[in-house]
Write a protein that binds this ligand. Structure first.
Ligand SMILES: Nc1nc2c(c(=O)[nH]1)N[C@H]1C(S)=C(S)[C@@H](COP(=O)(O)O)O[C@H]1N2
Ligand SMILES: [Mo]
Length: 521
């Protein structure tokens, strides 16, 4: 007999082990669902399936019994049922392994069915169920192993004294696994629910049509070259750079922008105020100061918003103010030259739309700034809620004390999209060498390509909506035998020729010519 301190009720403890495994299933599955953006939760899918499949009589009884608490009652009922089944699975696993594990696999299969047959189910929605089963089986086996060790030692009279540590090990394992799973699962479920609420709020947004539309994209803006960057970057492909560990979730109904500081009139603008203004659409290329030569931290989109200069005109900056420190709800700040924001010829927008949709959450929903010609870090504040009119002498944006320049005009740049570096082509082939070139606000007037020792050759330039966007270019080269270094440089409408001097991104943008090596055989 075990001593009193180690009293052992194997069947009860096996049942506990089963329940811990179920918690592991839920915890791991909810974590997986969170990673999927809140989709594929077994708990939600099974609950919904039960509601859908339950006969009308049962539903009416539930509503009659619990009223508006019927959904809570359903989840309580499900919890009781799952606890009972997993307790049974634990007992079964102890007596006849691996049949307990198989019960979890069967539960997982049911959950998979419920998740994948939901209307609007995504491609990966089944993943949380599968991850959940894996976690449940691993935890079941690990904790059950501790229980067996304890049982074995306790049943051996000569070793009864060492039953105490085995008992402790079992308790530590089961409590830790259970508590961790509960914590992770609850956190993930709350996180998923919040994400889905935020997504629903964004889906419900209807943006007004622009009062002033952007000129239509000319057919000649897109060259027919495989592998070239599209003129307009789809939202899903648009680069994302920010300091936000968690994308801020803002209900437009709660959003407002305060313009204050060195102004005669403070302004407070709500979402409805903003949407009631005559909005304008402007296409502009946005790029990141961290972009390396040849890098892809750049995109071109159609932005819908209200010109910041009109708001500033109402606020009426005073004294020697020369900077606007914009602030995001998460504390990020950018310092933008006041004169750029006031300039009639610069389409600096308080933007709400991107390529015809409300801003995606990760690109600043509901409102961000976009200033053609300036790098994002000094101008493109996402989730913006505040603009303080101030002076460069008195305030700094987030990146300035971190080694980046106070001012960040975008540099004249060009990039080779195709062919890829190291590509091999056939001697005599007409090889399109193509890419994009940009200096937003100023505009690109020519692009030149140099192959090996040949002279610089003018590339064919595609059209663009305005000087605020990049331009595609192509140079059709007839391949000659050997390995060749191919370089590209742009010429701005100001007549500036892109510099060959190689500089790293810090402190104010990389320079140099993008270069690839091509071999023709
Ligand atoms: N709130 C906030 N806004 C921000 C940033 C940030 O870290 N936080 N990063 C800026 C930088 S460095 C760039 S390059 C652009 C990138 O915008 P995107 O992610 O929409 O491409 O956002 C700018 N706006
Ligand atoms: Mo950036």
């Amino acid at each position: 007999m075990p001593t009193s301190g180690t009293s052992l009720r194997p069947r009860l403890l096996a049942a506990v082990t089963g329940v811990v495994a179920m918690l592991a299933f839920l915890g791991a599955a909810e974590l997986g669902a969170l990673v999927l953006g809140g989709a594929g939760s077994p708990l939600v899918a099974v609950g919904s399936a039960v509601i859908d499949l339950a006969p009308a009589g049962a539903k009416n009884t539930m509503v009659a019994l619990f009223g508006t608490g019927d959904k809570v009652a359903l989840f309580v009922l499900m919890a009781v049922l799952m606890t009972a089944i997993s307790a049974g699975a634990g007992i079964l696993e102890r007596a006849r392994p691996p049949f307990g594990a198989l019960v979890f696999a069967a539960g997982g299969a049911l959950s998979l069915l419920a998740v994948t047959t939901r209307s609007g189910a995504g491609q990966f929605d089944g993943a949380p169920s599968i991850i959940g089963v894996a976690a449940a089986v691993v935890v079941l086996r690990l904790v059950m192993a501790r229980l067996r060790r304890w049982e074995l030692v306790a049943a051996t009279p000569t070793r009864a004294a060492s039953a105490m540590p085995e008992r402790r090990a079992f308790i530590v394992w089961s409590v830790t696994a259970g508590a961790l799973a509960l914590l992770v699962g609850t956190g993930a479920r709350l996180g998923s629910a919040a994400m889905q609420r935020a997504a629903a709020i964004r889906r419900a947004v209807h943006l007004p049509a622009p009062k002033t539309a952007s000129p239509a994209v000319p057919a000649g803006a897109s060259l027919d070259v495989t592998g070239i960057t599209p003129y307009v970057t789809p939202n899903a492909d648009f680069y994302r750079i920010d300091t936000a560990l968690r994308v801020p979730s803002i209900d437009p109904a709660d959003w407002s922008l305060r313009i204050h500081g060195a102004v005669e009139h403070e302004i407070e603008l709500t979402w409805d105020d903003l949407l009631a203004l005559p909005l304008e659409e402007h296409m502009a290329t946005l790029s990141c100061v961290s972009n390396e030569v040849g890098g892809d931290l750049i995109g071109n989109a159609l932005w819908l918003g209200y010109p910041i200069r009109h708001l500033l005109a109402k606020a009426s900056p005073t004294g020697d103010a020369d900077m606007v420190l914009s602030r995001s709800i998460d504390g990020f700040t950018a310092g933008t030259p006041l004169d750029v924001l006031q300039d009639d010829g610069t389409a600096a927008l308080l933007a709400v739309g991107m390529n015809g949709d409300p801003l995606p959450a990760e690109h600043g929903f509901p409102v961000r700034m976009v200033v053609p010609g300036l790098f994002g870090y000094v101008s493109a504040t996402k989730w913006v809620t505040e603009m303080e009119v101030t002076r460069f002498a008195d305030a700094q944006g987030y990146w300035t004390p971190r080694g980046w320049s106070e001012r960040g005009p975008v540099k004249l740049e060009s990039r080779i999209d195709t062919p890829a570096n190291g590509a091999t082509v056939q001697v005599g082939d007409r090889v399109p060498i193509a890419g994009v070139a940009w200096q937003p606000h100023t505009g690109v007037k020519a692009v030149q390509v140099k192959v090996g020792a040949e002279d610089w050759q003018d590339a064919e330039l595609a059209d663009s909506v305005s000087a605020d966007t990049w331009r595609q270019w192509v140079y059709r080269w007839t391949a000659t035998k050997g390995s060749h270094e191919v370089q590209v440089r742009a010429v701005s409408t100001d007549g500036e020729v892109q510099t060959s001097v190689q500089r790293p991104p810090a402190p104010n943008g990389a320079t140099g010519w993008d270069t690839v090596t091509l071999t023709a055989r």
